[in-house]
Design a protein around this ligand. Structure first.
Ligand code: ATP
Length: 201
C-alpha cells in the first residue's frame, strides 16, 4: 500500500486534482466522507455523542444535528477536546481500513486538514495543492457565495500556506486548469514509480 496524501487550503483545488488522478484509475480515500461515516445513523460515534450531549443533539430523523454540535464545541474547549478524542481515533482507524482495501497501484488520501490534524503519518508522500491566498479567497467567494470577510476568516482558521508547504514532498500549483492537468499527469507517473520502488523494498 503506497499512500499519497493530497491536501491544500480551502478552494485550492483538491477536488479538481483528485478527479484528474481518479480518472487515471487511482482509488481515492476521502477524509471528509469518512468523518461523516463515523457519525452516521447507527454508528458508535453517534451513539457516544448522544450519550454525552443528550438526545437534543439528534435531528428528528435520528441523524446528527451538526449545527448544534458545532455551536457546542465552539463555546466549550473541553467539549471540543472530548469530541476530538472520540472521533479522531475512529477516523484514523477507518481511513487505514479503506487504504488497506484499496487495490490501485497507489491510493490518494484526500485530507483538507492533513497538516492541522497531523495525518501526514498515514502518508508515504504528501502532495500540496498551492495557490495564492487571494486566489483562494476569490474562488471561495465565487463558489460558496460568501463575503470576502467570511472567506478570509476560513483561511485564518486553517494552516498557513507556509505551514502546508513545509509538509509537502511535492507541490502542484493551481493557477490554470490546463497546466494543472498536465502537471497532475506528470505527478501521477512519478507516484507510480515511487510506489513500484516502495513495493520492491
Ligand atoms: P474545498 O477545500 O473547499 O473542498 P477544493 O480544494 O477541493 O475545495 P475545488 O473544489 O477543486 O477545491 O476548487 C474550488 C473552486 O475553484 C471550484 O469552484 C473549482 O471549480 C474552482 N477552480 C479549481 N481550479 C481552478 C482553476 N485552475 N481556475 C479557476 N477555477 C478553478
Amino acid at each position: 500500500m503506497y499512500v499519497v496524501g493530497l491536501t491544500g487550503g480551502i478552494a485550492s483545488g483538491k477536488t479538481t486534482v483528485a478527479d484528474i488522478i481518479a480518472a487515471k484509475g487511482i482509488n481515492l480515500v476521502d477524509a471528509d466522507i469518512v468523518a461523516r461515516e463515523v457519525v452516521a445513523i447507527g454508528s458508535e460515534g453517534l451513539a457516544q455523542i448522544r450519550a454525552h450531549f443528550g438526545k437534543d443533539m439528534l435531528l428528528d430523523d435520528g441523524s446528527l444535528n451538526r449545527a448544534l454540535l458545532r455551536e457546542k464545541i465552539f463555546a466549550d474547549d473541553a467539549d471540543k477536546q472530548w469530541l476530538n478524542d472520540l472521533l479522531h481515533p475512529m477516523i484514523r482507524t477507518e481511513l487505514l481500513a479503506q487504504l488497506a482495501a484499496s487495490d490501485s497501484p497507489y491510493t490518494l488520501l484526500v485530507v483538507p486538514l492533513l497538516v492541522e490534524n497531523n495525518l501526514t503519518t498515514l502518508c508515504d508522500h504528501v502532495l500540496v495543492v498551492d495557490v495564492a491566498e487571494q486566489v483562494q479567497i476569490q474562488r471561495t467567494m465565487a463558489r460558496d457565495s460568501v463575503s470576502q470577510q467570511q472567506a478570509k476568516a476560513i483561511l485564518q482558521a486553517q494552516a498557513s500556506r507556509e505551514q502546508r508547504l513545509a509538509a509537502a514532498d511535492s507541490v502542484i500549483v493551481n493557477n490554470d486548469r490546463q497546466q494543472l492537468s498536465h502537471d497532475a499527469a506528470i505527478l501521477h507517473q512519478k507516484f507510480l514509480e515511487l510506489a513500484t520502488i516502495a513495493m520492491a523494498d
